[in-house]
Design a protein around this ligand. Structure first.
Ligand code: IVH
Length: 715
């Protein structure tokens, strides 16, 4: 073990807040690195006592400055070993998530959307499978020739972790599927959970042994599954309910309820409360009934899930972004708690927007300790926010107030009420800053709304010169959804930025070349292996897909879905970049072409124009593109007659809705555009088609009737 020079540590009680912050960051990084060395590399670099001393010092700092505690702090990551401990598994069919409904109207809207999409009359019945939403971890179990071959966690939906050895210890998971003629490949999906009773008993045992105590059954199920030693998993009572599937060589049923029956015949447990409902009223009644039963159940649920029962309808309905149109999670009402608001801080986001964050006296809500709460904007704090906001009317929020906070599912907790009776005399009205808290102290302006009025959100005007914005952009750049650089998380980025080593994205890719000077391995807590791993992870990401690259630029209003639409629209970086430069110069033709892309409108175009109109940004992009290879969008596979073509639908369609037609076109590899340009290949016009039809004629674009279109795609 390399001996490092020991620094004399200043007593925590004597640290200034600024010193403590730096020390907290350093300790966090160091602990994370030792966790990685211990869990992933099986090569601890310090003794247990030294490791404990690091944690104790971090805890002492957090006890003095509780505002440094965040969900990311090692003190909060009880027993959850860092990811990367298991082999990665790419899911044959992505594991997606569900859209949420909170109110009964949301369920009505959900059913209405389905009815419209499928063009069903009011008289047609839609059957739904209604199932409890188990609060555990989703799991994909792959069977080949009837034998369990892989068990993978959801991960980011595209890639999960291989936990096969641990899953084999669950009695609810058959090693072999029962019954004859099971399809050659079956991926059975469902939820791994721990019963409330088992969770309480486990925590008692852990406490007695001085070991990790878990916050809730979900965390304890996750912790139990992510063990290196599967005999530990075996000693933890985990259950599994099957409710979905991934790749299937053949479908053994044609309804969701039929599939659930098939899972049972194969030897799985399915949830006994699952029911088939025939109307929205029955769904609502199901929700109420399950909510009543919730407390008495031996496992945690956080809502119910409704799924269209007919699989052919599921297929037609398809997905929007990452959630199916054919299912929704109807959540139970949010859980609430009362606590004191100790302070308000301003967080500057990637695009300069200000979010006031309430610092709370930590409080448990639904099994999670909450200490930060979003206060949205200045008007929200003043109690003059718009309609439909969660804060009770007539309330303003002051520092020192006793507040009621609410947490619903994964949603960030919010303040919903202020207990005026408990307002102390010295409660302080928060003065919203007029200047950015960054060292530039740039002016703060309120954003304009689409109609040109003053909006509620405040922004720093420093743009690219504001270090807060730069750092937030770098965090997004390296994040999972963008460049996905392992080992370069938010804290590492912040650290490198503060050291001046990474000031813009291109710097990440030159780190290794500069390391002769920087000597990352000399930083306490790093080490040769972690530095090598970091450089390898960076190298691995020098090739990047066009949509990720566009998203990673961090332009305002260009999220993942928009980035994908742009990538598909232009196909290559060159095509996209040229178009952006022309848009930035106000080239009408380029603007019209961009506008013609599906899902792209004025707001996105204005943002692209502003971004590429700025020479500083063009410089960032230019330096970055020298470091990476941007992979063009793959040409649509398959030999469908419309693959790669651009189609515009206009007028009423009779056999299907416009959304369904668009979704179908996209499934077959075509682009569905919103307006006609000379790049359009087909315009499908139904009765009532107007200006788009005229445009098509003007550009000499082929016009098809709905039937001709259906014939074409059937080829
Ligand atoms: S269906 C395509 N059914 O909820 C969607 N999910 O918010 C497939 N969950 O990741 C999921 N109980 O972990 C489905 N009966 C149920 C569920 C359920 C719990 C979880 C699952 C999923 C999450 C989505």
């Amino acid at each position: 073990m390399a001996v490092k020079t020991k620094k004399t540590l200043v007593d925590v009680a004597r640290l200034t807040k600024a010193q403590a912050k730096v020390e907290h960051m350093r300790l966090t990084l160091e602990i994370e690195r030792h966790d990685k060395a211990y869990y992933q590399e099986d090569a601890p670099r310090i003794s247990d006592a030294e490791y404990d001393a690091l944690r104790q010092r971090l805890n002492a700092i957090e006890a003095r400055f509780p505002e440094f505690v965040s969900g990311e702090s090692p003190s909060q990551k009880i027993g959850a070993p860092p990811s990367g401990k298991f082999k990665k598994v790419r899911h044959a069919v992505p594991m997606l998530s569900l859209d949420n409904a909170f109110a009964e109207e949301d369920v009505l809207d959900f059913a209405g959307r389905i009815r419209r999409f499928l063009k069903l009359g009011d008289e047609s019945r839609i059957d739904f499978s209604a199932e409890p939403k188990i609060d555990g971890l989703s799991m994909s179990l792959r069977y080949e020739g009837g034998e369990l071959v892989t068990a993978a966690t959801r991960g980011d939906g595209a890639e999960g972790e291989d936990v096969t050895a641990n899953i084999r210890t669950l009695k609810d998971v058959p090693q072999e599927l029962k019954g004859r003629n099971v399809p050659e490949i079956c991926e059975v999906r469902g939820e791994v959970y721990m019963t409330k009773q088992a969770f309480l008993a486990l925590n008692e045992r852990q406490k007695a042994a001085g070991d990790t105590v878990f916050a809730n059954p979900r965390n304890s199920a996750a912790g139990s599954l992510r063990q290196k030693d599967s005999s530990i998993t075996a000693s933890r009572p985990l259950g599994f309910f099957a409710y979905a599937w991934g790749e299937m060589a053949e479908m053994p049923a044609d309804t969701q309820s039929g599939m659930i029956g098939w899972f049972e015949r194969c030897g799985f447990k399915t949830n006994p409360l699952t029911r088939l409902c025939h109307s929205v009223e029955q769904l609502i009644a199901f929700h109420r009934k399950i909510e009543e039963q919730r407390a008495g159940l031996d496992y945690d649920i956080d809502g119910v899930v409704y799924k269209v029962d007919r699989l052919d309808w599921q297929e037609r309905l398809g997905f929007v972004s990452r959630t199916p149109r054919w299912a929704i999670a109807h959540k139970f009402p949010a859980e609430r708690a009362m606590t004191v608001l100790r302070d308000i801080e301003i967080q500057v986001g990637r695009t300069g927007s200000f979010t006031p964050v309430g610092k709370l006296e930590p409080v448990g809500v639904g099994g999670v300790i909450v200490q930060n709460v979003s206060l949205h904007n200045e008007d929200y704090i003043k109690g003059i926010g718009g309609d439909g906001e969660p804060l009770r009317e007539g309330r303003d929020i002051r520092i020192g107030d006793t507040v009621i906070i609410q947490r619903a599912g994964d949603v960030i907790p919010q303040v919903v009420d202020v207990v005026l009776d408990k307002r102390p005399r010295n409660a302080r009205v928060f003065q919203f800053p007029k200047k950015c808290p960054c060292p530039l102290h740039t002016d703060v302006v309120r954003e304009e709304t689409a109609t040109g009025e003053e909006g509620a959100r405040a922004r720093c005007t420093g743009e690219f010169a504001c270090p807060y914005q730069k750092i937030e952009h770098l965090k997004l750049f390296a994040s999972r959804r963008a460049f996905d650089i392992e080992g370069l998380g938010e804290k590492q980025i912040a650290f490198f930025f503060e050291q001046g080593w990474v000031k813009e994205p291109a710097d990440i890719f030159t780190l290794q070349a500069r390391n002769a000077k920087l000597k990352l391995e000399a930083i306490e807590g790093y080490g040769e292996t972690s530095v090598r791993n970091l450089f390898a992870a960076i190298e691995e990401r020098r090739r990047i897909s066009l949509e990720r690259f566009i998203f990673a630029l961090g332009m305002r209003h260009v999220g993942e879905t928009t980035a994908l639409a742009l990538a598909r629209g232009y196909g290559s970086w060159k095509g996209f970049h040229d178009a952006c430069l022309r848009v930035a110069k106000g080239d009408e033709e380029a603007i019209a072409e961009m506008d013609a892309l599906d899902q792209i409108g004025e707001t996105v175009i204005a943002s692209i124009k502003a971004y590429f109109g700025e020479s500083h940004n063009r410089g960032i992009v230019e330096r970055l593109t020298k470091e990476v290879t941007i992979v063009d969008v793959e040409k649509p596979k398959g030999n469908s007659a419309i693959a790669g073509k651009t189609v515009v639908f206009t007028g009423a369609l009779e056999k299907m809705t416009r959304d369904e037609a668009k979704a179908m076109a996209e499934r077959l590899g075509a682009k569905a555009a919103g307006s006609v340009s000379k790049k359009t290949d087909y315009v499908v016009a139904g009765p009532g088609a107007g200006s788009k039809l005229a445009e098509a004629r003007k550009h000499g674009v082929e016009v098809l009737t709905e039937d001709e279109w259906l014939e074409l795609i059937a080829q």
